[in-house]
Design a binder for this molecule. Structure first.
Ligand code: FE2
Length: 237
């Protein structure tokens, strides 16, 4: 067999393994990228690119997913090529690079690759329609004013994040909390478990809402949050 044939076969085996990993991860709820899935792949969107209209347009999704998210994945693959990180899963890369001055570029691309896949899965058409009772109970127990209290705290975090960043609903110490992070930072580097996120980088809303972040936040919180996804992310036990 020629060297080229071997390369082709290796590529085929790798592609088939990646496809299987994606399918398995989809079944598990969140398409976490499987260990050894290098190069990292751009996780598929969980809905059609126009499914979030009229709140988030197909045009925004095409740039946000097809350009911004893709660039984070492509940049990460370039940065880790030939390095130990190339054999790690995405979460391990994020945790391993966090806080290390010589790994800032890897951290930023890996965290943004992970954050965006988590964000797509945090949204769904008509997301506010129902909430599984296990998460509804925790919302009631964790926020003064119940769901309205959560909405206010989450929206305030999204509005209060100065510049680029993220608002998160997390589970921490048996309760739910809202946190915000700047730039690529995320709760994976803390003891908290992320349940939902909202991207408040300008690229997430500028085409649809220009500078009106408040309108984007309200549209998402009132219409698009995926509570089934949040419930699946709750720590077991
Ligand atoms: Fe983004």
């Amino acid at each position: 067999m020629s060297e080229n044939s071997n390369d082709s076969r290796r590529d085929f085996v790798k592609t088939a393994a990646l496809a299987a990993a994606v399918l398995a991860a989809k079944d598990a709820g969140f398409p976490a990228i499987a260990k050894g899935a290098s190069p990292m792949i751009l996780s598929p969107l969980p809905w059609a690119d126009n499914a979030l209209e009229p709140f988030i347009s197909k045009n925004t999704i095409s740039f946000h997913y097809g350009k911004h998210h893709k660039t984070y994945v492509d940049t990460l693959n370039g940065l880790v090529a030939g390095k130990p990180e190339a054999d790690l899963d995405l979460v391990s890369i994020v945790k391993g690079a966090a806080g290390k001055a010589d790994k800032t570029a890897i951290f930023n691309s890996a965290a943004q690759a992970w954050n965006h896949t988590f964000y797509w899965n945090s949204l769904r058409p008509k997301g506010d329609a129902k909430m599984p009772k296990e998460i509804a109970g925790k919302i009631e127990a964790s926020f003064g004013g119940g769901y309205e209290g959560f909405k206010k705290e989450f929206s305030d975090a999204a509005m209060g994040q100065f510049g680029s960043g993220w608002a998160w609903l997390v589970a921490d110490g048996g309760k739910l909390k809202v946190v915000k992070t700047p730039n690529a930072e995320n709760p994976l580097t803390t003891a908290a478990t992320p349940l939902l996120t909202l991207d408040v980088w300008e690229h997430a809303y500028y085409l649809d809402y220009q500078n009106r972040r408040k309108d984007y936040v309200a549209a998402v919180v009132d219409n698009l949050l995926n509570w089934d996804f949040a419930a699946k992310n709750l720590p077991k036990g």
